[in-house]
Design a protein around this ligand. Structure first.
Ligand code: NDP
Ligand code: OXD
Length: 314
């Protein structure tokens, strides 16, 4: 069995080592070493090199090394085979850590106390809000959004969520569809974006949406937390909304383009927390295991799991 490992933007070495150990019978090729295109049965990808997926006549499936698959749909020559994405407790747990961390940083006004420490200032809010007074809206109640919503709920936040299809989640007010979004925004102090980047969601975090967020909440203004994709957000609108007080703060893990350019004002804005697209890294240890198990199951005649719906784009 031959497998193509096509990875750009991440170091492919730990991935190659993991797959060699987990699938010792497989021949692992890279776009640079690939000689026999007809031998390739599976492609394992993160931002695959341009043209690397074309002309693989015996390809059975493509595995994304991330939960998101927008990086695959960028290719014009994407073969028409099943696409599997990552659904793994390791990745899910990491994302929830990042979401909870940022919700707490804003709840506890961490930026202010960090600044004060640098200036040796001893000053505090005498009646700060608790989690129960803060309404969080999670855009996307999928694998990641649902887990984050549950963990935020456990901490006492007043949590709602939004998805395409109707959902029920204990203790979480669930909204769906375009009409449901406005209703959720109207009760949201912290908006967490965990929707995939698709034609329907590109640019959704824009000035029109920010204007619909709740005013008068316990945090002194709405806050956005984007762990989804940079393409969801209109950066100029975020900066303008922060400057005009429409938004109080933003935590951003994802950008377009990445890395975030040095001259972006987001780096230095006092009310923006930037992280380098590491909210939930795909750990080679966990994710290679997930992919290898699926390949073995497929070779035994079992169906692939966590397939992407090409029509929806996620
Ligand atoms: P899922 O596919 O499991 O969940 C996506 C959720 O978004 C679903 O609830 C879906 O609704 C909802 N959704 C999709 N489109 C829309 C829309 N147009 N309107 C309303 N809701 C919508 O994805 P995951 O939770 O696994 O991952 C989400 C995203 O997180 C990934 O696509 C990726 O971009 C990002 N990510 C970022 C990482 C990072 O490190 N920053 C790491 C991993 C992922 P429904 O359930 O009804 O279909
Ligand atoms: C992913 C990511 O989609 O790391 O998994 O962004």
């Amino acid at each position: 069995m031959s497998i193509l490992l096509s990875v750009t933007g991440w170091d492919p070495t730990p991935w190659r080592r993991r797959f060699e150990a987990l699938l010792p019978e497989a021949f692992l090729a890279t776009p640079e070493t690939l000689a026999d295109r007809a031998a390739i049965r599976f492609a394992i990808c993160w931002r695959p090199a341009r043209g690397s997926l074309a002309d693989l006549p015996n390809l059975k499936a493509i595995f994304s090394l991330g939960a998101g698959v927008d990086h695959l749909f960028e290719a014009t020559d994407l073969p028409d085979v099943p696409i599997v994405r990552v659904v793994d407790p390791d990745l899910t747990g990491r994302m929830s850590e990042w979401v909870v961390l940022n919700a707490l940083l804003h709840l506890r006004d961490f930026r202010r106390y960090e600044r004060q420490q640098r200036e040796c200032v001893w000053d505090k809010d005498d009646d700060p809000p608790t989690a129960g007074e803060v309404r969080v809206g999670v855009m996307g109640l999928g694998e990641l959004g649902r887990d984050a919503a549950r963990k935020l709920k456990t901490l006492g936040f007043d949590v709602a969520g939004w998805s395409v299809s109707p959902k029920t989640e204990s203790g979480v007010e669930c909204f769906h569809g375009p009409a449901g979004l406005d209703a959720m925004l109207a009760r949201t102090d912290i908006l967490v974006a965990l929707v995939p980047l698709t034609l329907a969601t590109r640019g959704i975090l824009n000035a029109r949406l920010f204007a619909k967020l709740a005013r008068g909440g316990a945090l002194g203004g709405p806050i956005i937390v984007n762990g989804g994709r940079g393409g969801l957000q209109v950066e100029a609108d975020i900066l303008a909304a922060l400057d005009e007080g429409v938004l109080r703060a933003a935590s951003l893990d994802v950008f377009e383009p990445e890395p975030l350019p040095r001259d972006s004002r987001l780096w230095s804005h006092p009310n923006v927390i930037v992280s380098p697209h590491n909210a939930a890294v795909s750990s080679p240890g966990a994710v290679a295991h997930f992919v290898a198990e699926q390949i073995k199951a497929f070779e035994r005649g079992e169906p692939l799991r966590h397939l992407v719906d090409r029509r929806r784009g996620y």
